[in-house]
Ligand binder design. Structure first.
Ligand code: PHE
Length: 383
């Protein structure tokens, strides 16, 4: 009788401890892995943004895990495709936080989608780093939201200076993607700085991402005889805009921001239409620094293709998150957030990262020229 109850009690105790162990390992950042969530546009019209930033993050995870992981645990990256849609972004980010119990989140490239995710991360006290969203409002959402890139008011200053001093143009027309937060924000900043520096905006026209006919807007622009046209949009529309601009006889240079950067920008007829045009972005792949050149080699070996700015920023965002978790000595959201905020001179492929009071990275920008369908380094403009 006595022996029987001892056996029963022990079996119960063992089952309870096994069960709680099982529960514990499913919990937040516990067990033998640290779960980090990622949301990206792996499909949809801007898929190069998502695929390339995702590749960069995967490379970072592989390297950190080969080097022993973080706090003695392996990193597990849980990636969700938001199909390039803000609504889908909210669904997948909820899932990452509530179901997967990730301790931190990486994403996105497009500002509109980072803006959709940030309030959820903020409410749930999950630190989030966007690799490439440049709209100022993204990190303004709250103290859990960070970025490893510069912001659009700076990018606007860079292109205003470049237009006035290097392109030597003063009369500029604007063509804006009216429902894209990145495009409208960058346009506003550009108008302000360009005029302050002595330039003139002589025409402003709007389009919507995915439009196929820009002739009406381009005709209105042509009529005003600008010396250049600033198009703060995404590569997905810029190629077609350039082709149609040339067709109706606009022969002046077109220029834009980082949203132009994609291997798809100069496909087909867009290659000739964009010859001699310029855009600002985060770094140049021609940069001879060993950090950049080693990254390019590693990336080519793993993915059998060329990296772009998104690949590098994805890698840098992931590496900064790992470093902050190490420094925090914990996967607690508040502790990670505090360490992210303290980041100073963190060595990164896209340039050293210092996080300022607004949780933005203060970094230089580069201007690239399109030559023969390739992106050639023109100049670096410091903050
Ligand atoms: N900066 C853009 C945005 O905020 C995204 C982007 C970054 C696009 C880098 C291309 C290259 O929407």
């Amino acid at each position: 009788m006595k022996i029987k109850s001892i056996v029963l009690v022990s079996i119960t105790l063992i089952s309870i401890s096994l069960l709680s162990l099982a529960f514990y390992s499913c919990g937040k950042g516990s067990g033998d892995v640290i779960k980090i969530g990622e949301f990206a546009s792996l499909t949809g019209s801007e898929a190069t943004f998502g695929i390339n930033s995702d590749n960069g993050m995967k490379l970072a995870v592989e390297e950190i895990n080969n080097a022993g992981g973080v706090l003695g645990k392996k990193i597990e990256l849980i990636t969700e495709d938001n199909q390039g849609k803000p609504n889908e972004t909210q669904t997948v980010v909820q899932k990452l936080i509530n179901r997967d119990k990730v301790v931190a989140i990486l994403g996105e490239v497009a500002s509109s989608r980072s803006k959709a995710a940030a309030p959820l991360c903020q409410q749930n006290k999950i630190p989030m780093i966007t690799p490439a969203s440049t709209n100022p409002e993204v990190t303004a959402i709250g103290d859990y939201i960070f970025r490893v890139c510069f912001i659009d008011p700076f990018q606007a200053t860079v292109m205003s200076k470049f237009a006035l001093n290097s392109m030597k143009v003063k009369k500029v027309a604007l063509l804006i993607d009216q429902r894209n937060a990145y495009s409208t924000g960058l346009a506003e900043s550009f108008k302000k700085t360009f005029v302050e520096m002595g330039g003139e905006i002589i025409e402003e026209q709007k389009y919507s991402a995915g439009d196929k006919d820009f002739k009406a807007q381009l005709t209105a622009i042509k009529y005003k005889n600008p010396e250049a046209v600033f198009i703060p949009g995404y590569y997905t529309d810029v190629g077609l805009i350039a082709i149609q601009a040339r067709e109706i006889g606009i022969n002046v240079p077109l220029f834009g921001g980082d949203g132009w950067e994609s291997e798809k920008l100069t496909e087909g007829k867009a290659k000739d239409a964009l010859e001699g045009c310029f855009f600002s972005t985060h770094l140049s792949m021609d940069d001879p620094s060993p950090l950049v050149q080693d990254f390019i080699k590693k990336y080519r070996t793993k993915f059998n293709k060329e990296p772009d700015a998104m690949s590098v920023l994805g890698y840098d965002a992931a590496m900064l998150m790992f470093d902050a978790i190490k420094r925090a000595g914990s996967t607690d959201g508040d502790k990670i957030r505090q360490e992210l905020a303290k980041t100073k001179d963190f060595k990164s492929v896209s340039g050293n990262i210092t996080i300022n009071e607004q949780r933005n990275a203060v970094k230089p920008a580069v201007v690239l020229e399109i030559k023969d369908g390739k992106f050639k380094y023109k100049e670096t403009i410091a903050p």
